[in-house]
Design a protein around this ligand. Structure first.
Ligand SMILES: *Cc1c(COP(=O)(O)O)cnc(C)c1O
Length: 389
């Protein structure tokens, strides 16, 4: 049990049929990846986001690794990634034997298409229909875009640039299940469905959870097929155990899939609840005493997974001092991630256009955003922040 008065950052909400579904999975004795709930969950996610097919994985990270392999990323290649993200968007590039090239963000916190265009224009050359980094001599094999905190990246611009250079675009939609465009060329399109492949995560703090889990969707039928094959040890014959390449044990199993079905039934309700919480924070904090609550992109219906409080110079406390005050008040908040190109495994890698990422990195605090956060607790968070000024 959580400590009395403690307000967590983001916890699961199991108010639906979770127990019933999980119990049924246990009673059925189908607990591993062969169970029917895995297929049911895949079909439910595919249906929800309007895709022909989805492939379940044991985590979002595994799903991203599969997506890179489907995109043809090979040892010695490079993949363009954002610097401002959770590291799980980048590590799979190394699993595939490739190297990340880091780019900064725009005001959506997602990869800036202008930086992508500039990098490809100024730093690469084409050889035999492929794109090579003039600095490293390596082939650039893909672009990885992250929809940070459920905010959609500028997909019309990013897709256009990727297409111009013939680069596959992978959407890390792990934080953005349910976010969609409402206007523009992608009106009606969900996060994850616009690039060559998209990946969701159902980790414990995501908008819906299976404990741990992920899902890959793709507009290429053969990518989905290959992802499933690779995720099941690349087994090509059930009876004789024949394997035609090195595969992985990346399949989701039946109990988390059962949990996922119960969670998915509540997703639209969770998104509605996030909107209420976001608007209450915005009304109380945005524009007050040097505070901003960062907006989500115009012309979209975001899932508003995480809320970003931005501290301008006019707020009397810096980020770390505010985090300390919140901690004293038993309120769990956190800074946005440290930039990935500054982390030990990636300090040697190329990085460009980091000005905005560095500013957001230094000034953002993520506020409690659980869908079951009570009005009273949210009030306490807001009062604690305002009373420092
Ligand atoms: C959560 C997350 C992942 C990884 O998902 P897991 O299911 O935890 O492996 C990848 N990228 C980003 C941006 C994430 O937030």
């Amino acid at each position: 049990m959580a400590e009395a008065n403690f307000i967590p950052l983001s916890v699961p909400n199991f108010a639906g049929r979770e127990r019933e579904y999980v119990d049924a999975a246990v009673v059925s004795e189908w607990v591993s990846s062969g169970g029917a709930k895995v297929t049911e969950f895949e079909n439910a996610i595919a249906g929800y986001c309007g895709m022909p097919r989805a492939v379940a994985a044991c985590s979002g990270t595994a799903g991203l690794h599969l997506a890179l392999l489907c995109a043809g990323v090979k040892p010695g290649d490079e993949v363009i990634v954002p610097a401002l993200t959770f590291i799980a968007a980048v590590n799979p590039v190394r699993y595939a034997g490739a190297e990340p090239v880091f780019l900064g963000c725009d005001d959506s916190l997602c990869m800036d298409p202008q930086l992508l265009g500039q990098f490809l224009e100024g730093n690469t050359e084409r050889r035999g229909g492929e794109v090579y980094n003039k600095n490293s001599g390596r082939r650039i094999a893909a672009v990885m875009v992250v929809h940070v905190f459920g905010n959609l990246a500028d997909m019309p611009a990013l897709c256009e640039i990727a297409a111009k250079y013939g680069l596959p675009l992978i959407e890390d939609a792990t934080e953005a299940l349910g976010s969609r465009f409402e206007a523009g060329p992608f009106a009606g399109k969900m996060a994850g469905t616009m690039g060559d492949a998209g990946v969701y995560s159902f980790n414990g703090n995501k908008i819906i959870t299976t404990g741990a889990g992920g899902m890959l969707i793709s507009n290429h039928g053969d990518w989905a097929q290959r992802a499933k094959h690779l995720s099941t040890q690349a087994k090509s014959d059930e009876l004789y155990f024949l394997h035609d390449e090195v595969g992985y044990n990346y399949r989701l199993s039946n109990i988390p899939a059962a949990l996922g079905l119960a969670q998915l039934a509540q997703l639209e309700g969770f998104i509605g609840r996030k909107k209420e919480l976001y608007e209450r924070y915005r009304d109380a904090l945005d524009g007050k005493v040097g505070l901003r609550l960062l907006p989500f992109r115009e012309g979209t219906r975001p899932n508003r997974w995480f809320f970003s409080l931005y501290l301008t110079g006019a707020y009397p406390l810096g980020r770390d001092a505010l985090l300390e005050k919140l901690k004293e008040a038993k309120i769990q908040a956190r800074p946005i991630w440290a930039l990935i190109h500054e982390q030990k495994p990636y300090r040697q890698n190329e990085a460009h256009g980091l000005e905005k990422a560095e500013d957001y990195r230094a000034r953002i605090v993520n506020l409690p955003c659980s869908t079951n956060l009570s009005e009273r607790d949210q009030q306490r968070v807001m009062e604690t922040i305002l009373s420092q000024a």
